[in-house]
Design a protein around this ligand. Structure first.
Ligand code: ATP
Ligand code: MG
Length: 392
């Protein structure tokens, strides 16, 4: 700890003197305000020496006020700021050009244990009889950053959970779908086994039967692989994608779990520009929309779903239209909110998550509620990848 008086600075508050001379009423009031403040408050002089370091600062930086008073404020800054700080103050005093004063910005602080952490800093200035002083108000951004990160993680877990739940709900039907190739496979092998047991010459048939068996095993493997890809826990990853095959794949996956007879009218637009997306998440939206459409359309005598794509300005749009009852006006307000479901087994997450995914991609999910004999129509808009958009 250097002696402030050596540097020709104004006298600094001194613990011993403070004890000897009781503070005046206004000083006592100020000290109490400083120590009650939830934000860190540091006051420095023109030579960057710390004059005030309140209780919130002690907690934030792990230094006691008594240890930092009179020291250069650089001691609570990481290297990159510390190097420039004297120059900042010097240049402000010379030129009057404000880089931070009255503006406030996100900076980084250094704890006594050496860890560097984010801070929001706003700086004010005061002319005092003892010279110019700078007042820094500091807010520790760690709790906010941590909760932002936790929120992002929770959101991604929820998105994943909804995919698992969709597959779970389709489970029985998927098991049935899987059973078909496995049964066929068994029948082929049993037939050839029986023929062999009876001493029948199978030489000319065996190749054909084995090919068929391999085909069925392949089909079963493909179904499992597709489900696994869909439910796999993975970090989101955006790539340049052609949207049409993504949609076709998602429709196939949804139909795997269906036993209703539904006509799907698929209309695609040739040469749609690519989109920059996380393909599994976009498929998740399509699965949600098509499942909802199927559930609505099965209320009609002849369920029909139309899935079409088009370009609309700088977006690629996917529209899913069904011929169900449409959406009641009273259901519209909460439609995209979580847990708004009219279904016995529904979690009411499908549309909420789909819209979140769409908006995270810079797009949106909209609805035309239909009604009066017309089914609902959901439109997913995704921005055309930069190189192909009109703006370029
Ligand atoms: N195509 C549609 N036609 C009519 N109503 C619909 C349609 N799509 C969604 N809805 C209504 O919106 C509600 C919310 O849909 P959402 O997909 O968010 O949840 P869910 O399908 O009920 O459950 P989950 O998707 O989580 O299994 C549904 O319960 C249904 O009442
Ligand atoms: Mg749904």
């Amino acid at each position: 700890m250097q002696d402030a008086s050596d540097k020709g600075a104004p006298p600094l508050p001194d613990a011993k003197t403070a004890e000897a001379t009781p503070p005046t009423v206004s000083e006592a009031r100020l000290l109490s305000v400083l120590d009650t403040a939830a934000d860190g408050i540091i006051v420095i002089d023109e030579r960057a020496r710390i004059l005030i370091f309140n209780k919130a600062c002690e907690k934030m930086f792990g230094f006691r006020a008594a240890d930092v008073l009179g020291e250069n404020v650089k001691m609570v800054m990481p290297g990159e700021y510390a190097r420039e700080h004297d120059e900042y103050i010097g240049s402000y005093i010379r030129t009057g050009v404000k880089k931070i004063i009255g503006i406030g910005r996100e900076v980084r602080g250094r704890h006594s244990d050496g860890t560097v952490f984010p801070l929001e800093l706003s700086v004010g200035e005061a002319q005092t009889p003892e010279g110019r002083q700078f007042i820094g108000i500091l807010r520790d951004l760690r709790p906010r950053k941590e909760s932002e990160q936790r929120l992002a993680e929770l959101q991604s877990e929820l998105v994943h959970l909804a995919r698992v739940s969709a597959i779970d709900e389709m489970g029985a039907a998927i098991a049935h779908e899987l059973n078909q190739p496995l049964t066929a496979l068994m029948l082929y092998l049993q037939a050839i086994r029986r023929a062999h047991a009876k001493g029948v010459d199978i030489a000319d048939r065996i190749g054909d039967v084995l090919d068929k068996a391999v085909g069925e095993a392949d089909r079963a493997g493909h179904i499992i692989q597709r489900m696994r890809q869909f439910v796999e826990k993975r970090d989101p990853e955006r790539r340049l994608c052609d949207i049409e095959p993504l949609i076709d794949d998602a429709i196939d996956l949804t139909l795997l779990g269906q036993h209703h007879r539904i006509r799907i009218e698929r209309r695609s637009t040739p040469a749609l520009p690519p989109v920059m997306v996380d393909s599994v998440q976009v498929q998740q939206i399509v699965v949600n929309l098509v499942r909802n459409a199927i559930e609505a359309a099965t209320q009609a005598l002849e369920p029909v779903i139309r899935v079409e794509t088009r370009r609309d300005g700088n977006s690629v749009v996917l529209a899913v239209q069904d011929n169900g009852p449409g959406i009641a006006p009273e259901a519209m307000a909460g439609l995209f909110q979580a847990f708004a479901s009219s279904k016995r087994r529904g979690m009411g997450l499908g549309l909420a998550i789909s819209r979140t995914i769409a908006q995270n991609h810079g797009g949106d999910l909209m609805v035309d509620p239909g009604g009066n004999g017309r089914g609902a129509c959901f439109s997913l808009a995704l921005p055309v990848a930069a190189a192909d958009s009109d703006a370029e």
